[in-house]
Design a protein around this ligand. Structure first.
Ligand code: G3P
Length: 224
């Protein structure tokens, strides 16, 4: 399962890019709105693209097909490898169909059910984003929904890649990987949490202190 970082924060992306385990970035209007309001969106997207190099999803704002297609063209003019993120609404599906005909990759977002995922796949979505945390927020088991979608994908041989999104904690990453999601897109804070373990920290401390002790002993023995 690939790991993307779900943020528009340039410092977080800069650091995540050094980790060697991140292959893409997903953004959305809320993530961009969390950043300095004076930033130029095009400029920020291009900065992110330069840093990460791999997948970059950029979301449209329009809710009508024509507007979505116009925005997609604009984003593609910024950098041709962009993946256009489109909400799972009827107009969005039409836009996905058209962009798919043109060979432009799409990421259909705000998916909460297997039927929405299937419709997006059939419209030609390159990626489908299943929002785990927001399902759990309304007491629907996100793991069950993701498992259902992955099972349908296997049975029906669907082609869209499954992105587990709205990840709120490291357990969501494990559930997504076990279900068979292709990608988990992870907020920076959760990404860092998922790398940490107190046993790693104490283990490393012990290794270093034992090595130091050994060096001190060695110097004593060799009189150096
Ligand atoms: O990738 C979708 C994500 O940005 C939404 O996350 O935590 O706002 O539900 P959240």
């Amino acid at each position: 399962m690939e790991l993307y970082v779900d943020t528009a924060n340039i410092e977080h992306i800069r650091y995540a890019a050094t980790l060697g385990c991140i292959t893409g970035v997903t953004t959305n209007p809320s993530l961009l709105a969390k950043e300095d309001p004076s930033i130029d969106v095009r400029q920020r997207i291009l900065e992110i693209h330069e840093l990460i190099g791999g997948h970059l999803s950029v979301e449209v704002i329009s809710t009508v097909t024509k507007g979505m297609l116009k925005e997609a063209e604009e984003i593609i003019s910024w950098f041709p490898q962009a993946t256009i993120k489109i909400p799972i609404i009827p107009d969005g599906l039409s836009a996905v169909k058209e962009l798919s005909k043109r060979g432009i990759p799409t990421n259909v977002t705000l998916i909460f059910t297997p039927t929405q995922a299937l419709a997006a796949n059939n419209a030609g979505a390159t990626y489908v984003s299943i929002f785990m945390g927001r399902l759990d927020d309304i007491s629907q088991n996100s793991s069950d929904v993701l498992n259902d979608i992955c099972e349908i994908w296997d049975v029906q041989e669907c082609e869209s890649k499954i992105i587990a999104a709205s990840i709120r904690h490291p357990l969501h990453i494990i559930e997504a990987a076990k279900a068979g999601a292709d990608i988990a897109t992870i907020p920076y804070k959760v990404l860092m949490q998922s790398l940490k373990n107190p046993l790693t920290d104490s283990g490393l401390e012990q290794f270093l202190s034992d090595y130091d002790k050994m060096q001190t002993e060695r110097q004593k023995i060799l009189n150096i």
